[in-house]
Design a protein around this ligand. Structure first.
Ligand code: SF4
Length: 680
């Protein structure tokens, strides 16, 4: 059996996979992300590629339709909305599941030809706060870390990251390194005890949004104990003194940790040169997510613990191509190649390169604002690609109602029935993993080829091709006549060269003569180059910025705090992982973790149902009584949807409050009340 080299479509680790049409799946021993390892989800990929439930023909108003007529209809409806209500009356909502080539053409169409920047992505829910933190500190959205750093570090601090379940192969790599070097220390900062905690030497059960107080306390400790790298700050950093002054104003005990816990953590961090701080959704999904990121970055910049092996901050991305989307301007406030949409020189460069008739001059609507604009009647045509906002966005019931108000809704998906697809006027069958070609970028900036190894089913088509066909029909034939994803990728690389004068981080020149078909997994900007090794950053003066950030005022409510997250063996809304019986066997039904003391107070015993509610909605879940969570804290997985279990899905409880800088929703720390289901 010939096996095709491709990439796992789930998390941001981006593991290499050898895949066969008969369902054979093996880890790719040559891929630098995993060296042959796969987690349970990756190993079960072969059980998820059948066609059950697939959307195989275009549908208009629920009826099978012809591709050409459907594409004509979409172009006509979008053009009509733009003509009658202006370019900002239309919007695209994309996904970290689509490929870089898909992202590139969608952004080109919206920003450079329609003339609006209303193109955002579900990656807004995942890492937008990290993007803001990076840009504020480094001048660009640069993730400096590599996976090898995790193996070379002497101290790994995992903040708001259940790596063992959400990025399992990275967790395996760390566990293997720790087994070889027992002196390696791991600190897990998480209100909950997770599978990741089991590997940690120290577990710090942080209070709700206590991260800034914790890391400001660390910065003050570094300053007070003479542990700053003053030479590094003088030569490479601006803002050190104001950041330290602000840090001293915060009370580290607001992190919820005891003086002994704080002292032990601060001493360990201070006395260890090789420190990597890994952070994920527990940091990003917060009203103060961007400030949390900068509080972490400040500590690394203040000590020069960045740019050398085994050192640095490391934001790990949730989705397989969240990073690729960022690279090609997949967020409403960015342009391709990490250029800024609000910078006229950057805009001119991209517009000239695209030879486009118009260019959006300002940031577009970020995810939550986009659906609010739908609710307000401002969006007349919406195209959702490869995601399910009617269940995955916070205040999901409100989002579903908002989508119903849009006069013309297109949904591209591989599945015939989704909560969002059910609200669409037009459904477009997309090719899925195993059926389409393109590239993705993983959390360590490594671009890998996703390769087709299955026949295209029914009338499904790749997203990049569908978007281009609509662009052509809207009137821009020359700009959207690509024959293959290889041609799209080549244009993206050429744009990188055209914008090289701006000296950004995203230099793709090594791909200029790439053999796309045989592209080997490659890190940008260049294998072996380490970002910030020379102390050079991307602000105009070449220096980094330490940002004075202020801990939010603690506001514990009377009720419970609900956190949501992933199960080890499921992915998002389980459209694929739900097909594999062995994955479903891990945790078969929705549940909520509750502490034994709270369970006793509520007269709940194992297996009882608990009703969670707040003004946004109600959810009923099976009680899992465990001291892995603390009193007044609950945890529930977010995989079940309204269609699968109308009572047990939890995203309807989440708040749509966002971080003011990143627009990322504060999906963690949800205030709810809890009671035994049926109790009066
Ligand atoms: Fe796939 Fe992530 Fe598991 Fe690797 S760690 S096999 S990318 S889900």
């Amino acid at each position: 059996m010939n096996l095709t080299k491709t990439v796992c479509p789930y998390c941001g680790v981006g593991c290499g996979v050898l895949a066969g049409a008969d369902g054979t799946i093996k880890g790719d021993p040559e891929h630098p992300a995993n060296f042959g390892r796969l987690c349970s989800k990756g190993a079960a990929l072969g059980e998820t590629i059948d066609l059950e439930g697939r959307l195989l023909t275009p549908k208009v108003n629920g009826k099978d339709a012809d591709w050409d007529e459907t594409l004509d209809l979409i172009a006509e409806q979008f053009n009509t909305a733009i003509r009658e209500h202006g370019p900002d009356s239309v919007a695209f909502y994309l996904s970290g599941q689509i490929l870089t080539e898909d992202y590139y053409v969608a952004n080109k169409l919206m920003k450079g030809f329609i003339g609006s920047a209303n193109v955002d992505t579900n990656s807004r829910l995942c890492m937008a706060s990290s993007v803001v933190g990076h840009k504020r500190a480094f001048g660009t959205d640069t993730v400096p870390g590599t996976y090898e750093d995790l193996e070379q570090a002497d101290l790994i601090v995992l903040v708001g990251s259940n790596l063992a379940w959400c990025h399992p192969v990275l967790h395996h790599r760390i566990a293997a390194a720790k087994a070889e070097r027992p002196n390696m220390r791991i600190v897990n900062i998480d209100p909950r005890k997770t599978a990741t905690t089991d590997l940690a030497d120290i577990h710090l059960r942080i209070a709700k949004d206590g991260d800034v107080a914790l890391f400001n306390g660390l910065l003050a400790h570094l300053a007070d104990t003479g542990a700053l790298n003053n030479d590094y700050i003088r030569d490479h950093v601006e803002g050190g003194l104001p950041a330290i002054t602000q840090a001293r104003l915060d009370d580290p005990s607001e992190s919820g940790l005891t003086p002994q816990e704080l002292s032990d953590f601060y001493q360990l961090w201070t006395s260890t040169q090789k420190v990597v701080t890994v952070y994920s959704q527990g940091v990003n999904q917060s009203e103060s997510g961007s400030d949390k990121v900068n509080a972490i970055l400040n500590c690394h910049l203040a000590t020069g613990r960045i740019g050398t092996p085994g050192c640095g901050p490391f934001s790990v991305t949730g989705q397989p191509n969240a990073m690729g989307g960022r690279e090609v301007g997949g967020l409403a406030n960015m342009l391709a190649n990490h250029l800024d949409i609000e910078n006229p020189d950057h805009r001119d460069c991209v517009q000239n390169f695209w030879n486009s008739p118009t260019m959006s001059t300002q940031a577009g609507l970020k995810a939550v604002d986009m659906f609010q604009a739908c609710a307000d009647g401002k969006i007349k045509a919406l195209w959702v690609i490869s995601t399910n906002p009617a269940v995955s966005l916070p205040d999901a019931d409100g989002v579903a109602e908002a989508i119903k108000k849009v006069p013309f809704v297109v949904v591209s998906d591989i599945m015939a029935r989704t909560d969002t697809g059910d609200l669409a006027d037009v459904l477009l069958p997309a090719t899925g993993w195993g059926e389409k070609d393109g590239t993705v970028t993983n959390s360590e900036r490594r671009i890998s080829r996703q390769r087709a190894f299955l026949p295209v089913p029914g009338q499904a088509r790749p997203d990049w091709e569908i978007i281009c066909d609509v662009g052509v029909r809207m009137g821009w034939k020359d700009a959207f006549t690509f024959a293959s994803p290889a041609e799209v990728f080549a244009e993206y690389v050429a744009l990188s060269s055209a914008s090289a004068d701006f000296g950004r981080d995203l230099d793709l020149s090594i791909f200029a003569d790439a053999d796309y078909a045989n592209l080997i997994p490659t890190q940008w900007p260049k294998d072996g180059k380490r970002f910030f090794a020379d102390g050079g950053f991307y602000h105009p003066d070449g220096k980094a910025r330490m940002l004075p950030v202020c801990a939010p005022t603690p506001c514990e409510g009377d009720g419970f705090i609900l956190n949501t997250g992933r199960n080890r063996d499921q992915w998002h809304t389980m459209t694929r992982t739900g097909k594999a019986p062995r994955l479903g066997a891990h945790l078969a039904e929705p549940y909520v973790e509750i502490h034994p003391v709270d369970a006793a107070k509520l007269d709940i015993t194992a297996g009882d149902l608990i009703e969670l509610s707040n003004p946004k909605g109600t959810s009923v879940l099976r009680a899992l009584i465990t001291d892995r969570t603390t009193e007044r804290q609950l945890f529930a997985p977010m995989h079940w949807t309204r269609q699968q279990s109308s009572k047990a899905w939890v995203n309807n409880l989440a708040s749509s409050v966002v971080d003011p800088f990143s627009g990322q929703p504060a999906s963690k720390n949800i205030n709810v009340t809890a009671r035994r289901y049926g109790a009066s």
